[in-house]
Write a protein that binds this ligand. Structure first.
Ligand SMILES: Nc1ncnc2c1ncn2[C@@H]1O[C@H](COP(=O)(O)OP(=O)(O)OP(=O)(O)O)[C@@H](O)[C@H]1O
Ligand SMILES: [Mg+2]
Length: 228
């Protein structure tokens, strides 16, 4: 498989600290989960890939520039209806009003929220709000969907619902690149695990192998500590 993104010695330094340290990585899998301890640099790496941060060194080489969307741990909702939140994203991308409305309704239906489309988004539950953000992202039909701990604030039932939606978005063709501290979730979603520690790429391993026997001691220690 040829990579859809080749990361070459990417670094990010802030206030003298190297947050991402010469990270080189070829991403070719359709679903990649980035694991690592708190402060390892997972969110920073994802933000660099989404273009929200500028690297201090190195490069992101896209063989073909992909359309992308990003979802965060805490849903960011505009003070309006769930539907208008989804429409907003589409209009920003230049879609006409009617077309935006149709696509937004379709997308809300796919995440099971057509019934509450006209409710104020900020009054929805955390799980519902996260589904609105997934509908907003999905409506854009991104080729790459980046998610930074999308279920960290949710209860187990809502988390599983969000996982189901992520898998459907993947099945519809989008590449998935995400982080989570939920190892069960990583197993269920990932094809490939990228393990990072202190800003460095430590290993990149197919999911079954990673959980059976990771290649590095750092990852073995991490799994031992994270497994209850
Ligand atoms: N703008 C910044 N300036 C200085 N330090 C920063 C900045 N952003 C992040 N850091 C530091 O960089 C390190 C990596 O942060 P990051 O949020 O990427 O980690 P993470 O792997 O996502 O952690 P978590 O699992 O807790 O979400 C942390 O030590 C953090 O404090
Ligand atoms: Mg993080």
């Amino acid at each position: 498989m040829s990579p859809w993104l080749a990361i070459d010695r990417l670094s990010l330094t802030e206030g003298g600290t190297r947050i991402i340290d010469h990270a080189s990585l070829q991403l070719a899998a359709q679903r990649t989960v980035v694991l690592g301890p708190n402060g390892a640099g997972k969110s920073t790496l994802l933000r660099l890939i989404h273009g929200l941060l500028h690297p201090s060194g190195g490069a992101l080489n896209w063989p073909r520039k992909l359309t992308q969307a990003m979802v965060f741990q805490r849903p960011v909702m505009l003070r309006t209806t769930a539907l208008a939140n989804v429409i907003y994203g589409l209009k920003l991308k230049g879609h006409a009003t009617d077309e935006s409305r149709r696509r937004a309704m379709e997308s809300l239906a796919r995440v099971g929220l057509e019934q509450i489309a006209l409710r104020p988004a900020r009054l929805l539950s955390g799980g519902e709000q996260q589904r609105v953000t997934l509908a907003r992202a999905w409506a854009l039909e991104p080729e790459l969907l980046i998610l930074d701990e999308p279920t960290a604030s949710l209860d187990p039932a809502s988390s599983r619902e969000v996982e189901r939606i992520i898998n459907e978005i993947s099945a519809s063709g989008a590449r998935i690149l995400m982080t989570t501290h939920n190892l069960g979730q990583a197993r269920r979603i990932a094809e490939e695990i990228v393990f990072i520690d202190r800003g460095r790429i430590v290993e990149q391993t197919p999911v079954a192998q990673f959980f059976k026997l990771p290649q590095t001691e750092a990852a073995q220690r991490f799994l031992k500590e994270e497994t209850p």
